[in-house]
Design a protein around this ligand. Structure first.
Ligand code: AMP
Length: 395
């Protein structure tokens, strides 16, 4: 249990933790949910039945319970060797992961306004672990950091420049930890260094984003100021016409209602009117459900359009990479998307695609394809654990 690493991921009403051993193998994961509500609860790993927590349990209280439970079950020592926190927004301040001190904490708090739903709870997670384990080194790993290499033409919106100067309105990009991991994994498979690797990385989970990586650097990405822009997602709309705001206001839809619906009732859920779950949508589409089919069609069309758009930023493409729950598991989505990219020379091998490239090291392209196409499992928690160990100098 020596050198156990703790990874903390605080959501608005949830707290996810993962424990890794010194060889970066996952020992356990735990999830507390419905925090600050009367129905707070937690579960260990894939356990079916959740354990009730006292009503209105806070993030800090939940963390104490999870740590206590992990210790009693012999999953971790009295304290971890280092702690890695997933932080959603690092603004323009953070280009890489950092050891947390008071100055860093203040700089993270200064980014709160850019991600009001996420950063304040991330900060709460840091405060809680600092209180519980005051002597343990803590590291912040930012979703935005990998995209700090975006060139100006890619990160500026065509807005009056004082929006950027005064309020930081620009494209930041998210899922950076996952896209950086895709770069590293693709380079390994292609047997080349990351510094000369250029890929398009499509992270398709409940949240979805796509990134163009040129010679190891993020040069364009679909998410923007917030994680709402770009691809169709589980419940998020992705791109819409900003003219929508005015029009819907004239129909009596308030800004707050629209914000909620764009984030929580749109995307696959909004289009299908049934679910945000791609697996269920695939089953429904197989049964001939037209709204499920429409949701999948819009999802794949937008994704294909974005793959094409990402090529503008590259001078070579070593691989198109699919990851995330949908990217790793949905042969249907990959097939339908790649079928729309025939003119650009992408072509899929149906047999290898059907088993997620299992027997070909993740390769699912056919020999006629101009570019390799890869399926790679993402593991953001493991990357965060690695960064925590590196910066705490445990390696
Ligand atoms: P994530 O947020 O990365 O866990 O991804 C969640 C999404 O992945 C959900 O839409 C799931 O339905 C989808 N997903 C997981 N497994 C499959 C599968 N076998 N086929 C299609 N979609 C899947």
């Amino acid at each position: 249990m020596e050198n156990t690493l703790l990874v903390v991921n605080c959501g608005s009403s949830s707290l996810k933790i993962a424990l890794f051993d010194k060889d970066r193998q996952k020992i356990a994961s735990m999830l507390a949910g419905r925090l600050n509500t009367p129905n707070a609860r937690f579960r260990i790993g894939k356990q079916r039945d959740a354990t009730k927590l006292p009503p209105n349990t806070t993030h800090k209280e939940a963390l104490a319970v999870l740590m206590d439970t992990a210790q009693k079950k012999g999953l971790m020592p009295k304290q971890p060797a280092a702690i890695g926190h997933r932080i959603v927004h690092g603004g323009e301040t953070f280009r890489e992961a950092v050891l947390i001190n008071d100055e860093v904490l203040a700089a993270i708090q200064a980014c709160n306004l850019l991600a009001p739903l996420h950063n304040p709870v991330n900060v709460e997670g840091i405060m809680a672990t600092r209180e519980l384990f005051p002597l343990v080194p803590q590291v912040a790993v930012f979703d935005t950091a990998f995209h700090q290499t975006l060139p100006e033409h890619a990160f500026h919106y065509a807005l009056p420049q004082n929006y950027y100067r005064d309020w930081g309105v620009r494209r930041y990009g998210f899922h950076g930890t996952s896209h950086a991991y895709m770069l590293q994994q693709a380079a390994l498979r292609l047997e080349q260094s990351t510094a000369v690797t250029s890929i398009i990385s499509a992270h398709l989970g409940n949240g979805c984003s796509i990134t163009a990586i040129r010679d190891g650097k993020s040069v364009d990405t679909s998410m923007g100021l917030t994680p709402l822009e770009g691809l169709v997602m589980g419940t998020r709309s992705g791109d819409v016409d900003p003219g929508l705001f005015d029009y819907l206001q004239s129909k009596g839809v308030s800004a707050e209602q629209l914000h909620n619906e764009l984030n929580h009732s749109s995307g696959l859920l909004g289009l299908s009117g049934q679910t945000n779950d791609m697996r269920t949508l695939s089953d429904l589409a197989d049964q001939g459900d037209p709204s499920a089919q429409l949701a999948i069609d819009v999802f794949c069309f937008r994704l294909a359009k974005y793959v094409a758009a990402m090529m503008v930023s590259l001078n070579r493409l070593d691989a198109l990479v699919f990851t995330g729950g949908i990217g790793q598991n949905s042969a249907r989505v990959r097939q339908q998307t790649v079928n729309q990219l025939g003119l650009l020379g992408f072509a899929i091998d149906q047999h290898n695609n059907d088993d997620n490239g299992l027997n070909r090291g993740g390769r699912i392209d056919c020999k006629e394809s101009r570019f390799p196409i890869l399926v790679i499992a993402t593991d953001e928690e493991r990357v965060i654990a690695g960064e925590a160990a590196r910066l705490a100098e445990l390696n």
